[in-house]
Design a protein around this ligand. Structure first.
Ligand code: ATP
Ligand code: MEV
Ligand code: MG
Length: 352
């Protein structure tokens, strides 16, 4: 039996990093997805292996299910309906299973994704042999939420085997989860993100799980209905970075300058809220569209300035900003920054 699940990546239109510290953020999913296929061997295969294949980075892992069980069975897995954090001790136990796989030094950054896989797999399905294959349209580690899309698509594939989860409505040939199951999916995916990111806000997994455009603050999402066309260009600087390290860097700066950083986070909160209002408000004519686009561009520029204050911009991002400014286009980094992707508003009525 084989199941295939997919989940989208995202752009953060406003509020990254500040959202980790309690500010509002606005994010939208994009039509680039990560897909996970999960296949159980037939009884006649007499197979005792759990295999994981990261196709995009050409890495294959395999474990004897007996060995995985020996390492983790004391936890009482599976506990699929109880999204549970992976403790530091358990991460250490799983890390031993990952170290045995001898990941080449150049790809060692992917190890946290493998730990997240083993935690989600064993917590939801227990100790069963299977082959899991991961492929993605998304650049990995570039700010478009590849880690969240991985956690959400993997969790969706795993949960689809539970009797309690009902998959019904057909959406473009894919079955979807019902509202209460989406909540379970999102909570488990968040546990995976915690292993990869350290201290995620939950924004990325939430927008990947629920889709469309959302406003998000302190773990709570509000769906947004856009009342204007939103045209954005995404530029990948191809400078690789690591979200966990960037988030930790902002927290350290916050410890050094608590008052100043608190003002920065408050300003971002106001920007995200105003941006959401602009997107949602009615656009009766071309004149109001031009006015709204102007506001959107200004808010994007202001958010970028504050991201610079947080210390997460990068020379490669500044180069894209200077280039788009030549064409009077507003840009900001999207995701964790430090390289990765830049978002540019390409307004409909901008003729310059
Ligand atoms: N297709 C994939 N194959 C294997 N591992 C993946 C894949 N997609 C994501 N990952 C895991 O996610 C990690 C990248 O996550 P990271 O949070 O640093 O970047 P991102 O999610 O792309 O950007 P951001 O968090 O800023 O949106 C990788 O190191 C790997 O562990
Ligand atoms: C940098 C950050 O705000 C977004 C990463 O896409 C981290 C998070 O919200 O978890
Ligand atoms: Mg990520």
């Amino acid at each position: 039996m084989e199941v295939k699940a997919r989940a989208p990546g995202k752009i953060i239109i406003a509020g990254e990093h500040a959202v980790v510290h309690g500010s509002t953020a606005v994010a939208a999913c994009i039509d680039l997805c990560t897909s996970v296929s999960l296949r159980f061997p037939s009884d006649s295969d007499n197979n005792d292996t759990l295999k994981l294949h990261f196709k995009d980075v050409a890495l294959e892992f395999s474990w004897s299910v007996g060995k995985v069980k020996e390492t983790l069975s004391h936890l009482g897995s599976p506990f699929p309906s109880t999204p549970t954090s992976c403790s530091v001790e358990t991460i250490k136990c799983i890390a031993v299973l990952v170290e045995e796989q001898n990941i080449p030094e150049a790809k060692i950054g992917l190890a946290s994704g493998v730990i997240a896989f083993l935690w989600l797999y064993t917590s939801i399905l227990g100790f069963k042999p299977a082959t899991v294959v991961v492929t993605s349209d998304l650049p990995i580690g570039a700010g478009l939420g590849s880690s969240a899309a991985f956690c959400v698509s993997l969790t969706a594939a795993l949960l689809s085997f539970l009797d309690s989860v009902s998959l019904d409505t057909n959406h473009q040939g894919w079955l979807t989860f019902g509202e209460s199951d989406l909540d379970l999916l999102n909570k488990w995916a968040f546990e995976g993100e915690k292993i990869i990111h350290g201290k995620p806000s939950g924004l990325d997994n939430t927008v990947s799980t629920y889709g469309n455009i959302i406003k998000f603050r302190s773990g709570k999402l509000t769906r947004i209905k856009s009342n204007m066309p939103l045209k954005m260009l995404i530029t990948n600087t191809k400078v690789s970075r690591n979200t966990k390290a960037l988030v930790a860097g902002v927290s350290e700066r916050t410890l050094r300058h608590p008052d100043a950083m608190s003002s920065v986070f408050n300003a971002v909160d106001s920007i995200s809220k105003e941006l959401a209002t602009v997107i949602e408000s009615p656009t009766p004519d071309d004149l109001s569209l031009t006015e709204k686009e102007g506001k959107l561009e200004e808010l994007i520029e202001m958010n970028q300035g504050l991201l610079q204050c947080m210390g997460v911009s990068h020379a490669s991002i500044e180069t894209v900003l200077r280039t788009t400014l030549k064409y009077k286009l507003a840009s900001k980094l999207t995701g964790a920054g430090g390289g990765g992707c830049v978002l540019t508003v390409t307004a409909n009525t901008n003729s310059s």
